[in-house]
Structure formats: structure tokens, C-alpha cells
Design a protein. Structure first.
Ligand code: SF4
Length: 507
């Protein structure tokens, strides 16, 4: 007798109708505080009630481990545990009943079908929610690999083109303010002045996003506010690129041992990755796969490829989307004063990474991590590359432990350190970073001395020259790239600028 096997089915409660929108709070989070704040403002303009979850901490990790499956990657524990922690707080501290929480709140997150655990996040959320006593709590997904038309007629979360454009706009602005902050903060003269200016920028941009107008004016006000921060960029500081798994390199909390702030307190300048880069990577992935599919033989008896219009149209749309995204990014960047900032060229990264990591391999950062390390070395972009790889991460471990060893063997000048984030052992990680920083600091200092010799001036004369160049002194000014160090780049720039006659004796 044939046995009928009942397949496992995940009854994901996803009901969120338009009528519920007014009394339902959408919880979200997971990017930087700047991104989350701007996204909240932008979404409130579309009629959503959003609440940002706090940055995941070690308590969140503990909740994740308690209620999650065994053998998950570290970001899963942190992010799932963070939601559980928040709901428990709503129940035990704010006194909401389980029914109120389940009916009036839901969680929105990105999702994807992928070879790593990212594809299973939503299932993991639901398992943990059920075990923590919040069975039936809704987790809504918008797929990063989906189209811009994921909306259904009566859904409360309308994933329309307008929704994604608003989201992208907020993400872009978050990238820009953060990038400005990381350029300015290491050189600020008054401690805390950059953070204060960034906070004002956030308020200005949130107001513009809520009103859905006046963004250009707000960006210009931000530029003025940031330019007013006093800086001294004639300090030779090591520049450190932070790459690795998306969440682990983006979070600003205990998920990566607060590495960005730690590096800055150790005297480094951080180069972080833009969230928009991930969108560009998704576009690249989609276009690459379409091109690969176009090479497949058709099922026609001749075996010849059939000329099809649909994929060409899709490629054209993707190209257009990428162009529009870059256009707006650079336009906003100009208004806020983010000079010389370049979004990564995904085709170039794919070409560079291909010899080491097949472009077809997906999950995590794919070939990007390898390519970024090589670019950092060959283009003299940074003094140290830190790769953040979460404990239990399949793609990141494979890349950092395996492929990057080959890269560093072929590029011995690379100063590369892969750090594994488990949530524990912060002191161990920090001391390893300090050791790698020692060499980076020396390289930055050597570069600075070489720049002084090339310019034929000493430190005192460099200061005098900078004092005479009002524009170069501004916090929003960033010297053109020539070597990795910002101070050395500034020296090269000063050397090329005309030296006022009345000060010529100072040379
Ligand atoms: S890339 Fe790694 S850390 Fe990130 S979701 Fe996938 S397995 Fe987890």
C-alpha cells in the first residue's frame, strides 16, 4: 500500500491588509542608525507606522541562541534575537498582551532565495517567535531579487515602484551622511563635533523625507553644517577598509565588536561599504544570469539559439535602473559635498574576482570580497583591509579562510586580516586588529614622509600652506586620490596649488 507523505508546510501568517495599516506598527532594522532613521521618515511619508529596532547587542544574541535553531550563522542569531528581545520588552515592560503584539505589530525584512542562510531567515524568525511565545506574529518579506512589482491588490505593504524608490532614496542618503562622517570624524579637532553635525543632518533630511520635498535644500544645509566641523587632515592616519559579510560589516554594534568606532579610537580612518553597493550587486547578478541563460541552447530540433526579445528588454531595464540609481546618487552626493566618492563598478569587480572566485557562486558577498581586497592593494586605496566574517557563515568563511589566502600569497604587499565574529572574545579580536594596525600605521607614516619629500617641504610649511588654502581646510573637502593616506593626498594636492607670493619665503 502506498503511503501518503504529508509534506511539511510553513503556514506563514502574512495577512496585512490596507485596513490594518492605520493601527499596525511595522518593526524593522538591521542597517546603521542613520539608515534606519531615514528609512523610517521616508516610509512614514507613504503612510506606514514604522518602529526601528535598536541595534542588536549581546542580549539579542543570547535570545537568538535560546530560541533559534542550532548551527545558524551569527547574524541570524543577532537579528532574530533582536526581534524576540523587543517583543519580550513590549510584553514584560510595557505590559502589552501577546494578542495585542501579534495583532498590532509585524516585522518587515529583506529576504532572498539563496544558497546561504539568508534564504531561510524568515523560517528562522518564525521558529524562534513560536518558541518564544509569539506564534502567529507576522514576518513580511520583500525579496531583494524580486522585481519592482511585488504588490498585491489588498496588501497593506504595497511593494510598488514608488515604495522601492523611496526606500532606495533613504538608503542612498544614509550612505552619504555615513561616508561623510567617516571621512571627517578621525580628523575632527573638537571631539564629538562630527557626530553632532551628523545628528543635525539626520533631522534635516528626515524632515525633508517626511514632507517629500525640499531634499536638495536639506542636503545643502547638511553640507554647510558638516563643513563647519573643524578638522586637521595633516595627520598621517592608516586607512582601513571594512569588507566582509553584509550585515556584519554594516552593523555598528556588538555584532562586529563595534569595530568602526574601535578603529577610530585607535587612530584609523575607516572606509565603509555603501548599502547601495549591495543593490548594484543585485542588479549585476540579475543581468549576469540573464546573459548566461541567453547562451543556453533552445529546445528546437536545430539546437540553435532562438532570438528572444524578453531577455534583451530585461537587460535594458536593469541597465536603466543602474544608470538612474547612480545618477541620483552622484547628484545627491554633489549637493551634500561628498566629493570624489565612487560607487563600485560591478563589472570591474566581477572581472577582477573571477580568477579566484567564480562569478556564478552566490551567497554572501560572492566574488566582491576578493575583488575589493585586490583593488585595495593594486589601486593603493587602503593600508589595511579587514574582512568581517560571522561565525557559521558559509560563503564568508569559504572566501576569507580559503580564497583570500591565495590572494595574499599573490599580493604579498596586502595587509589583510579576517576576523571572525562570534559575539564573544572582543578583546581577542581587538588585539588582533591592533597588531594589523601597527603595520598600517607605519605605512601611512612612510607615505606621509614621502609626500613631504616630494613636495620639498617640512611639516611646519605644510601647515602654513594649508592655513593659506581655505577650501582645503574645510571638513567637506577631500583630497584627490593618489595614495592610500588622506594626509599624504592632501600634501600632494597642496604642492600643486599656487603658493601665494607673500608667503613664498616660508618654503
Ligand atoms: S552570508 Fe553568511 S552570515 Fe550572511 S546570511 Fe548568509 S550564511 Fe549567514
Amino acid at each position: 500500500m502506498q503511503t501518503v507523505v504529508a509534506q511539511w508546510y510553513d503556514p506563514n501568517p502574512r495577512i496585512f491588509s490596507k485596513a490594518q495599516r492605520g493601527h499596525t506598527t511595522l518593526l524593522f532594522g538591521g542597517l546603521t542608525a542613520m539608515h534606519d532613521g531615514l528609512i523610517k521618515a521616508a516610509m512614514s511619508a507613504l503612510g506606514y507606522r514604522l518602529q526601528v529596532l535598536p541595534c542588536p547587542d549581546r542580549d539579542a544574541l543570547q535570545y537568538g541562541k535560546e530560541f533559534g535553531n542550532r548551527g545558524q550563522c551569527n547574524p541570524t542569531y543577532f537579528t532574530v534575537g533582536n526581534l524576540i528581545k523587543y517583543l519580550i520588552q513590549l510584553r514584560d515592560v510595557e505590559g502589552l498582551s501577546r494578542e495585542q503584539i501579534v495583532n498590532d505589530y509585524l516585522f518587515v525584512t529583506a529576504g532572498a532565495c539563496g544558497p546561504c542562510r539568508f534564504g531561510m531567515y524568515v523560517t528562522e524568525y518564525r521558529k524562534a517567535l513560536r518558541d518564544a511565545g509569539f506564534g502567529g506574529f507576522r514576518v513580511l518579506l520583500f525579496e531583494n531579487a524580486g522585481s519592482l512589482h511585488q504588490s498585491e491588490s489588498n496588501t497593506g505593504l504595497e511593494l510598488t515602484t514608488g515604495f522601492f524608490i523611496t526606500l532606495l532614496k533613504a538608503a542612498m542618503l544614509g550612505d552619504m551622511v555615513n561616508a561623510m562622517g567617516y571621512r571627517i570624524r578621525p580628523y575632527e579637532i573638537v571631539a564629538g563635533s562630527t557626530d553632532a553635525a551628523m545628528e543635525e543632518c539626520r533631522t534635516l533630511l528626515c524632515a525633508a523625507l517626511r514632507k517629500r520635498r525640499g531634499l536638495r535644500h536639506a542636503l545643502r544645509l547638511c553640507r554647510r553644517r558638516l563643513a563647519a566641523v573643524e578638522v586637521d587632515r595633516l595627520q598621517a592616519k592608516p586607512k582601513v577598509s571594512i569588507i566582509g559579510e553584509f550585515w556584519a560589516m554594516t552593523t555598528e554594534g556588538e555584532g562586529n565588536y563595534q569595530l568602526q568606532r574601535f578603529l577610530e579610537t585607535e587612530g584609523a580612518e575607516c572606509e565603509i561599504q555603501a548599502v547601495v553597493s549591495w543593490v548594484l550587486y543585485s542588479i549585476w547578478e540579475a543581468a549576469y544570469d540573464i546573459r548566461e541563460r541567453m547562451l543556453l541552447r533552445s529546445e528546437q530540433p536545430t539546437g540553435r539559439r532562438r532570438w528572444e526579445f524578453a531577455p534583451l528588454k530585461q537587460l535594458l531595464l536593469l541597465r536603466l535602473g543602474r544608470g538612474v540609481l547612480k545618477h541620483y546618487f552622484y547628484r545627491y552626493a554633489r549637493h551634500i559635498g561628498l566629493a570624489g566618492y565612487q560607487l563600485p563598478d560591478m563589472d570591474e569587480l566581477a572581472r577582477i574576482g573571477h580568477d579566484y572566485y567564480a562569478n556564478e557562486l552566490r551567497g554572501g558577498e560572492g566574488h566582491m570580497e576578493v575583488a575589493k581586497l585586490i583593488q585595495g592593494v593594486t589601486l593603493h586605496k587602503v593600508h589595511l583591509t579587514l574582512s568581517i566574517k560571522p561565525f557559521g557563515c558559509l560563503p564568508s568563511s569559504g572566501v576569507s579562510d580559503g580564497v583570500q589566502s591565495l590572494v595574499t600569497a599573490r599580493y604579498p604587499e596586502a595587509n589583510f586580516l579576517a576576523v571572525e565574529t562570534t559575539g564573544d572574545g572582543a578583546i581577542n579580536v581587538h588585539s588582533r586588529v591592533q597588531m594589523a594596525l601597527f603595520r598600517a600605521r607605519q605605512n601611512a607614516e612612510d607615505e606621509y614622509q614621502t609626500a613631504l619629500q616630494t613636495a620639498g617641504i617640512d611639516g611646519g610649511q605644510a601647515t602654513a600652506r594649508l592655513a593659506a588654502q581655505r577650501r582645503c581646510r574645510q571638513a567637506t573637502h577631500y583630497p584627490p586620490h593618489r595614495v592610500a593616506g588622506t594626509a599624504a593626498n592632501l600634501l600632494y594636492e597642496l604642492a600643486q596649488r599656487p603658493w601665494p607670493q607673500r608667503l613664498a619665503g616660508g618654503r
